[in-house]
Design a protein around this ligand. Structure first.
Ligand code: 5GP
Length: 372
């Protein structure tokens, strides 16, 4: 018989942090850099836990160049051809820059349909030096994924493996026990994702994070909350719900460092003078950048040579207002998180969940002057 889970499922917009008495006098006292110790990967990583999504637009070398300065991570998209000398050199040199290769903040990505032998050759290549892998598929519940995680862990006991996506505790534990250090959580919350419309499958992201982080921490693993963050407050709420890492696509889109065509539009507004009653046309130039889901028809055509006939598009294409450098975006996010920490009394990133009490709310913003 069909079952209904009728406990309330929550999204970021359904909660707000309760402010608490704090020992911090200023947000400067909040430390957003955390030391991560992993279940399998034998090295520590000092990071703020923020990751750029491995989308063709945001998982770029240019994004990586900036984010690593903030000890934030970039999951490169899987369409970089590492047979190409320049791309290969980028990774080798980038890893060399760090005192120890293990301090580098770059993951390479793979799906299940990519060239496995080539991937294994790269992971084994001592000159390429990459030791962080993101295994990413839309439906993390298929048995082939667990088998693949076991195979990679078996061959490469010392690499950092992140895998997803799922939204339930049982599968989080399965993947960690199969060899993953980090499990990526999120089905359908993404800004350019249409999975929920097309398939009816998904789970509100805050509830998914609450359940999966608890399950992961019970078996010494971590989770990465992937998708659905629209502002710095949402990133803080993901940490509040127990996420160890937070992956962002849309928030980093539209920046100089993100890939995607720059589009210039002339916007005409008719302004009527209150005094004379005469109207005149104002012209403004506005800039946008193209951002698209990795399962969108555009991505399928650009990166996979067209849409397979058994697939339907599960992603959309949007024009995001141009934001300038990603540096401003990451600074604003880190500033926001520090401020949250000061409000709730968390000195360290790791302390956020234990200092968190959420109010369940039915409206988080006053939108009298619009949504921004
Ligand atoms: P955002 O931060 O934009 O809300 O979410 C980013 C995440 O959306 C990505 O990390 C990825 O998990 C997911 N995503 C990216 N492209 C697509 C797509 O075409 N379809 C679906 N279902 N999810 C996508």
């Amino acid at each position: 018989m069909t079952q209904i889970r009728d406990s309330i499922e929550l999204d970021f917009c359904d909660v707000l942090f309760q402010p608490k008495r704090t020992t911090l006098n200023s947000r400067k006292e909040a430390n957003v850099i955390r030391e991560y110790k992993f279940k399998y990967y034998p090295h520590h990583l000092m990071s703020c836990g923020i990751m750029a999504a491995n989308m063709a637009t945001t998982g770029t070398f240019a994004v990586n160049d900036v984010l690593q300065k903030y000890q934030a991570i970039t999951c490169l998209h899987k369409h970089y051809d590492f047979n190409d000398g320049e791309n290969y050199q980028y990774i080798a040199q980038n890893y060399e820059k760090e005192e120890s290769a293990h301090n580098a903040y770059t993951f390479i990505s793979t799906g299940l349909k990519d060239d496995k032998e080539r991937l294994f050759a790269l992971l084994a290549d001592k000159n390429f030096k990459i030791d962080k892998l993101c295994i990413d598929i839309a439906n993390g519940y298929i048995p082939k994924l667990t088998d693949f995680v076991k195979e990679v862990r078996d061959k490469f006991p010392d690499i950092l493996i992140m895998v997803g996506n799922i939204v339930t505790g049982d599968m989080t534990q399965d993947l960690i026990l199969s060899g993953a250090d980090i499990v990526k959580v999120g089905i359908g919350p993404g800004s350019v994702c249409t999975t929920r419309k097309l398939t009816g499958v998904g789970r509100p992201q805050l509830s998914a994070i609450l359940e999966c982080s608890d399950a992961a921490h019970g078996v010494d693993g971590f989770i990465c909350a992937d998708g659905g963050c629209t502002c710095a407050g949402d990133v803080a709420k993901a940490y509040g719900a127990g996420a160890d890492f937070v992956m962002l696509g849309g928030m980093f889109a539209g920046t100089d460092e993100a890939a995607g065509e720059l589009i210039e539009k002339t916007i005409q507004t008719n302004v009527v003078s209150e005094e004379s009653g005469q109207s005149r046309l104002l012209q403004n130039k506005e800039k946008y950048k193209l951002f698209y889901g990795m399962s969108s028809q555009l991505a399928q055509e650009r990166h996979f040579g067209g849409m397979a006939c058994y697939r339907a598009s599960e992603g959309k294409v949007v024009e995001v207002a141009y934001k300038g450098s990603i540096e401003d975006v990451i600074q604003e996010i880190l500033g926001g998180i520090r401020s949250t920490m000061a409000y709730i009394g968390a000195r360290r990133l790791k302390d956020i969940p234990k200092c968190t009490t959420f109010y369940r709310v039915n409206r988080q913003l006053n939108e009298v002057f619009g949504k921004s």
